[in-house]
Design a protein. Structure first.
Length: 142
């Protein structure tokens, strides 16, 4: 497989992040307009959580997309550099991205914590499998 194949799920993750970011901006703007909230009403995250309530979910999801997915981006960069991209990484990377999409969809819609948590747990486990395989390839050799 071509090494650049690992970049396709990376681009998909970036697209998901952009979509959540836009959702957050629109949701916040609507909430601020509807409730007369001004930026100076929320100089801290705690105050923003109070002012936005459930409308804070897109912001919380956006923050999630800068936690574990950062390790995905790093792993993808290493896989690309080492030219180790193969069918196993293809399946793991796309499974990770798909589950992050599921996680975000749940978070931004009906927000069932158990459903969201399951998507988070499985996607995180897949990410650690990527890292274990990558570590093995780097330390032991391909």
């Amino acid at each position: 497989m071509h090494p650049a194949g690992i970049l396709h799920p990376v681009i998909a993750m970036a697209a998901l992040t952009a979509l959540v970011w836009l959702t957050m901006l629109i949701t916040r703007a609507r909430h601020m307009k509807a409730h007369g909230v001004v930026p100076n009403d929320m100089p801290t995250r705690v105050l923003a959580d109070e002012k936005f309530g459930a409308a804070q979910a897109p912001n919380n999801n956006l923050m999630n997309l800068f936690e574990l997915p950062v390790l995905f981006y790093v792993a993808a960069g290493i896989i690309f550099q080492l030219r180790t991209f193969d069918l196993i990484y293809f399946a793991l990377a796309w499974a990770f991205v798909a589950l992050r999409c599921v996680h975000s969809t749940i978070h931004l819609t009906y927000n069932d914590v158990l459903h969201r948590g399951l998507a988070y747990l499985v996607s995180g486990s897949i990410l650690w499998l990527i890292w274990l395989r990558l570590a093995y390839q780097v330390i032991i050799g391909q």
